[in-house]
Write a protein that binds this ligand. Structure first.
Ligand code: KG4
Ligand code: ZN
Length: 357
């Protein structure tokens, strides 16, 4: 089974061909990602209109490149998958229309993939992981704990009541003058910093539910920055604040996962498997916190290779392939792109988090 995947929901224009080889290492035949960082950097964040235009400008050649690098011809494909939501709708439309056009010209099934399912299933692309597992999904737009019971079966245990973790990284980076994209910049500066110098909060730690809240942590960073007055914090102060922020985020993540594991253990009489996914899963300090937690809890932890944590199309092609296994017909070409698309539509809204998909 060979699937072409297309990803355009945020600021990466990406295309990839994957197939269902027995060996996880052999599954990705091509994986082309064009980052729009340079388009958005002057604005300090993603500008949706610019993102949509840049996707439109680049999508054809990125798909061509992914096909050429895979050595696969269009008539050898078994299906075409594209992110159909959630995301910035202008970009999503570009990817979905491209996939529908290819599917109709070549008579292939079209798979409208949920971007979050792409992140959620990445660990099954890169290893032989089986269902069920507990998923920590941490990206720029989402921060959730989910039980994944099948490629189309998700139960949300918790979500953020305000900012996503990636959003808090990005906003804190901006406050510290580190620019966009903020997460990798905070991680780098934190390497030189003292995590214990500044007293920062651990929001939600110890709560009985599995929800997150990160806007208070970001505001605490802002208040510390304001204390420096006119010239702002010096480079060492910035490094210490980055290290402090990351340490606080890591502790909160550990605490929330520990809480979710309690619930998971009541649901399944199985040794829990913890999986982390999404752009923030690229952060090495957080990966270490999760590895420590896994050790303490005696459970296994799967973290995808760093390059497959941030947005890419291999995860979308793979999610399409998993959909194909469930139902090879695919979706109607009438499928309308969705700006919001929760993985677990039955999850009750967390207070103030209804808009977080
Ligand atoms: O999954 P992703 O590429 O896009 C979304 O679906 O949101 O995640 C992007 C987010 C951004 O907020 C970015 O700052 C964050 O992931 N991120 C990181 C790191 N690399 C990316 N955050 C912390 N440390 C990193 N190394
Ligand atoms: Zn993403």
């Amino acid at each position: 089974m060979i699937i072409l995947g297309i990803e355009t929901s945020c600021d990466e224009t990406a295309a990839s061909v994957v197939h269902d080889a027995d060996q996880p290492n052999d599954r990705i035949l091509s994986n082309v990602v064009l980052s729009q960082e340079n388009y958005h950097r002057p604005f300090g964040g993603i500008v949706p209109e610019i993102a949509a235009r840049a996707h439109l400008q680049n999508i054809d050649r990125i798909i061509e490149q992914a096909m050429a690098e895979s050595g696969i011809e269009f008539d050898q494909l078994d299906g075409v998958a594209a992110t159909a939501g959630p995301g910035l709708i202008g970009g999503v439309i570009v990817g979905v229309m491209s996939a529908k056009a290819i599917a109709s010209v070549h008579g292939l099934p079209f798979f409208a993939v949920n971007h979050l399912a792409g992140h959620a299933l990445t660990a099954r692309l890169t290893s032989d992981l089986e269902f069920p597992y507990l998923l920590l999904l941490v990206s720029g737009g989402h921060c959730q704990l989910l039980v994944v019971d099948g490629a189309d079966r998700y139960q949300r245990l918790g979500t953020t009541v305000d900012d996503a973790l990636g959003e808090a990284f990005d906003k804190s980076a901006k406050l510290l003058g580190l620019g966009y994209p903020g997460g990798p910049a905070v991680e780098e500066r934190a390497l030189e910093g003292d995590p214990s110098r500044f007293d920062l909060p651990r929001p939600m730690a110890g709560r009985a539910n599995c929800n997150f809240s990160f806007s208070g942590l970001k505001s605490a960073v802002r208040r510390k920055v304001e204390l420096f007055g006119g010239d702002g914090p010096a480079p060492q102060d910035v490094a210490d604040l980055c290290a402090g922020f990351q340490a606080a985020a890591g502790e909160v993540i550990q605490d929330r996962c520990r809480q979710a594991l309690k619930i998971y253990r009541k649901m399944y009489d199985l040794q829990p498997r913890l999986v982390v996914a999404g752009g923030v899963a690229a952060n090495r300090a957080l990966r270490r916190c999760l590895a420590d937690l896994a050790l303490q809890e005696g459970i296994s932890l799967q973290a995808p290779p760093i390059g497959l944590c941030t947005d890419n199309a291999a995860m979308i092609a793979w999610a399409g392939l998993e959909r194909f296994r469930l139902n090879g017909e695919g979706d109607s070409l009438d499928f309308a792109p969705r700006p919001r698309w929760p993985l677990d539509p039955d999850a009750p809204p967390a207070i103030g988090a209804g808009v977080k998909a």
